[in-house]
Design a protein around this ligand. Sequence first.
Ligand code: PEP
Ligand code: MN
Length: 261
Amino acid sequence: MQTLSKSSTLLEILKKLNIKENKIFCAGPCAVESYEQLYFIASELLKKGANIIRAGAFKPRTSPYSFQGLGLEGINIIKAVSTELKVPFVSEITDFKYLDIFLENIDFIQIGSRNMYNSELLKELGKIKKPILLKRGISATYEEWLNAAEYILKEGNTDIILCERGIRGFDNFFRNTLDLSSVPYIKQFMPIIVDVSHACGKTEFIESLTYASFAAGADGVMLEVHNNPQNSLCDAQQAISINKFEEILINSKKLLKALYE
Ligand code: PEP
Ligand code: MN
């Protein structure tokens, strides 16, 4: 086992994000598409019980011809919606040249799967005072993933939540293979949530994998939700509707109560 510095507890991090509950229900579109789209989805999700909104402005896509996100314009839209609705947003940083902009505008900074190995970016994020969501690399072992977290911890930023988002397996029926064993293992060291959407990639399986994540002990989930899922500009095949999100959240709370209270 590698050296692992002490990290903050889930409750300490949630307090910094102004969240009063003890589970994360993070939901929102894969990407910011417009102010109207983001405002509508975020305000509906808040009414339904989401406590963090996700939205990508810089979208690292497999194909350079796919929608790449609105970039800085997207960050400005997130800031405007976040301020109006008074809700924390998580958004992915892809390059440390944007660090000042993220520091000014984004409450919870995501490091995506593709950047989990970017140690220079990790070191820079270790010097700041904002909570970090560190996703698992697509083929990262637990040791590599925890070492990525250590790059941040070592510099002094202890507010890190890890995010299981599936790994590449031998079967490509699902977008990735959801490794739920990571949840009880990683939870021994730091908080962990599950991004069910990227892990499975198919709308119809999001619900059962969300319940499975909570049953495994996850501190929360991240779900891609869209007001018009089929026409989402990014990851339409895994986006669920706002009503479906509400149903999943209500049932998850019942499950959590039955299992842990
Ligand atoms: C995302 O959450 O928008 C994303 C691109 O996920 P990942 O880095 O896990 O692929
Ligand atoms: Mn996505």
